[in-house]
Design a protein around this ligand. Sequence first.
Ligand SMILES: [Zn+2]
Length: 281
Amino acid sequence: MSNFLEKPSLLSKGVYLQLVVDMKLLDDAIIRSNEPEEVLTHHYEALGNRFVIPWRKVKGKLRRLVLEKQRGYNIQPDCALKDDLCLQCPSCLLFGGTGETSSKKMQYNILSRVLGETFISTNTVENIQNYTQNAVGEKDLMTGQALMTILTVPKETVFKGVVTIKDPTKEMVSVIADNLKRLTRIGARSVEWGRVETNIVDYKLSDREDISVYNLLQNQTQQPTQNNLSGFISDLPAVNTAYTTLNNQIPELLKDLIERRSPKKDKKSKTKGEEQETGGE
Ligand SMILES: [Zn+2]
């Protein structure tokens, strides 16, 4: 039986909280256009053709939301993606970063505690709508210079995903749960398209990552987990308290890291963290 950590730990304690998330499209979303592809289709042997959203895309959005809310509380307000990470705020603690890209050239890296996987549509892809628009030339207002093809994912498509928080404290979960609910747009041109509604529908606290979307979708008859979801959510600290508590725990947490690094004995051991996934508009 796993429990939440009392306070954040740099060394892994092997605890995983998995949040099962439903993301429902309220508008059509663009899947392919002349711009970089954002939501794609993928063929699975067991699941057929599905729409998928890459995790880096969801993570990028989520990180931005966590960061913007943090600024709202005036916690490390200068921490910014991608090259001005402070490496000492709740957002950096959750999503990680490398010292070399930090604004103050910190001597350490932080691994992401928020892990994820591809979001997969709960239904198979039936028909993809294909709009072809004429691009209009700016100078002569003539159409036909270029054809712009847009493929869309129909509204009301539901994507399922699993977001995992490694070695979670209740404060970390509060921050992620609150901001998941604030995730309201996805897709290529999300200014005009791609409104979504994001909800946590289940969770599991365990010593391993044993929930995956792929498996959830294969056994549609979803085996209920242990859980009282609303009790779990309401038991979390309020989000503003959670940010503040995390922020206050960080100096103590990082003290060791900073001290361990300062005697210049260890010659540039670049444990090049994980690759940074801070992108995504
Ligand atoms: Zn930061």
